[in-house]
Design a protein. Sequence first.
Length: 377
Amino acid sequence: MIIDKDGDGHFISVNVASKKQSDFKSKGYVLDNSNGSTILAYDCDDTDPTKWRNVLIYRDEDRDGWTTTERKWECIGLSAPDQWREGYKGFDCDDKDLTKWRNVLIYRDEDRDGWTTTERKWECIGLSAPDQWREGYKGFDCDDDSSTIWRKVLLYRDLDEDTYTTTYRKYHCIGSEIPAGWRENFKGPDCDDDSSAIWRKILLYPDEDGDGYTLNYPKWDCIGNTINPGWSPIFKGPDCNDTAADKWQRRWVYSDIDNDGCTNRGSYECVGVIAHPYYLTPHCNPLVPPITNPMSIEVYPNPVQDRLNITSKLAWESNSEIKIMDNYGRVVKALNVPSAVKGQTFTINTSDLKPGIYQLTIRRGELIESKTIAVKL
């Protein structure tokens, strides 16, 4: 038997096994025809049609939808009574003020730049934190009085602003821009912070004649992209004569200074490429015609960079062959000259040659003339 005294459609059950159903129908009760004692719904107050369900409700005094931990079981109808809420939602830290409901850890941001200090506190707030405070911690504002600076950075001194720094450094409180004369990352050290053209300290060797062979008297120098003339960063030598580009090595050689085809007994000499009148082995061949004009040419500039000029001091009546050879004896440049008048100049392009020492030879019949040249950067 189903009983619904208040007629709200919510029932209490009654055992009708020993009673007539007509007796209950005449009193306004609703019957369950399938089972006389089934509970279709439990009515917690069958004397009040506005109440039928027993629910756990929570206190919401300011009616903002956020509840406190105060709760109780209550027989209600469609909704909970005023200042109560059926479901638990969060924890209202201030149930007297509907604009506040959540307890949050906030950080000081006095200049309102979004960067906070370490000062913090728990605060009962609503949608947003109060003025000059921020809900989330962001960085550490090294100056909370200015909104343009907020980060503490280690900067390196760069007075000449060439991007190369000294080892002097200190912490600065800055924003997005780095102050003039400073750089955030260390790059260097700059050996001269007063000039933007020089920054690196390098060990250099003397090379006065620019032949690539140096003296063993190095010194530290502060330079930029280019090396000062007369110096080289690589030790190669030592150069036995740093005033002549065609002499750099001291060797035991045999000489034929008088051009009679016979060498002397030999001696240590400062020479360059081994060529007449110097030889590595002694010989005597008087039948070889003497060399009557060992230097009938003028070669300039030396050292050379792009173009080498060769001027004849005498007239060349026969075919002449001009060659430039590297230190391995390989011919890197060649020029055939049928004849030449006195003072005529020939030019050879040397821009594609690697920097270093080369040997220039000119063969005119049986006469061979040789001169050392240096190619520079």
